[in-house]
Design a protein around this ligand. Structure first.
Ligand SMILES: CC(C)(COP(=O)(O)OP(=O)(O)OC[C@H]1O[C@@H](n2cnc3c(N)ncnc32)[C@H](O)[C@@H]1OP(=O)(O)O)[C@@H](O)C(=O)NCCC(=O)NCCS
Length: 173
């Protein structure tokens, strides 16, 4: 699997309120647009999340995702996943809190490119600060289906929250 679409000259960089046009971003899900417009930069400043943006033609934002540290109770993971992890009641994880692609760029593999970038980054980071896997919060069933294509499995008792073990991510790259 390739992380970058050969036809798309994208850069993925840290959100910078001075350089990126947050207001012009529209992905069709108002909560995800509003987050980028009103909260993302503040979350970065307050260390709640790191926000990465995909840029084709500056200052427009073609897509974005967020990463934070997270933890999850082992009992919430499917048994097939949990049995391969260390037997602690709570395991550390990386949260892919939000991921969205601008309506302009939908269907051109940018979602996949952003997802792979987030997974690669999470894997690299886990060599320094351990993380047993990536948790993703999908906004609905349709979005959850996108993540299931890449091997994410549902977490018990959580609406559209999914998990992919770091060992599986390591095998992807
Ligand atoms: C979901 C989203 C990120 C997909 O981005 P995208 O750039 O359009 O998707 P891609 O072109 O990278 O698609 C990669 C593959 O996933 C499939 N796919 C895309 N969206 C899908 C969905 N909702 N369900 C199932 N599969 C999906 C594509 O058909 C493609 O499949 P293929 O390999 O057979 O060609 C994008 O549509 C989006 O931003 N939606 C609104 C916000 C959202 O739902 N975010 C996710 C939850 S927070």
């Amino acid at each position: 699997m390739s992380a970058h679409h050969p036809g798309l000259p994208i850069r993925i960089e840290l959100l910078d309120r001075k350089r990126h046009d947050r207001v012009g971003f529209s992905c069709g899900v108002s909560a995800l647009d509003a987050y980028l417009q009103r909260q993302a930069a503040q979350d970065m400043e307050k260390r709640a999340a790191v926000v990465y943006v995909a840029v084709m033609e500056s200052p427009a934002i073609a897509g974005y995702y967020t990463l934070s540290q997270f933890s999850i109770e082992l009992v919430r993971l499917p048994e097939t996943v949990a049995k391969k992890l260390a037997r602690y009641p709570v395991v550390s994880a990386t949260l892919l809190g939000r991921l969205a692609v601008s309506s302009v760029w939908k269907g051109q593999r940018l979602g996949e490119t952003l997802l792979f970038d987030a997974l690669r980054r999470s894997l690299a980071q886990s060599a320094h600060i351990a993380s047993a896997g990536v948790v993703v919060d999908a906004k609905d069933k349709q979005a959850a289906a996108f993540y299931q294509r890449y091997g994410f499995s549902s977490i018990l008792d959580a609406d559209h929250r999914l998990f992919l073990p770091m060992m599986a991510i390591q095998q992807m790259f």
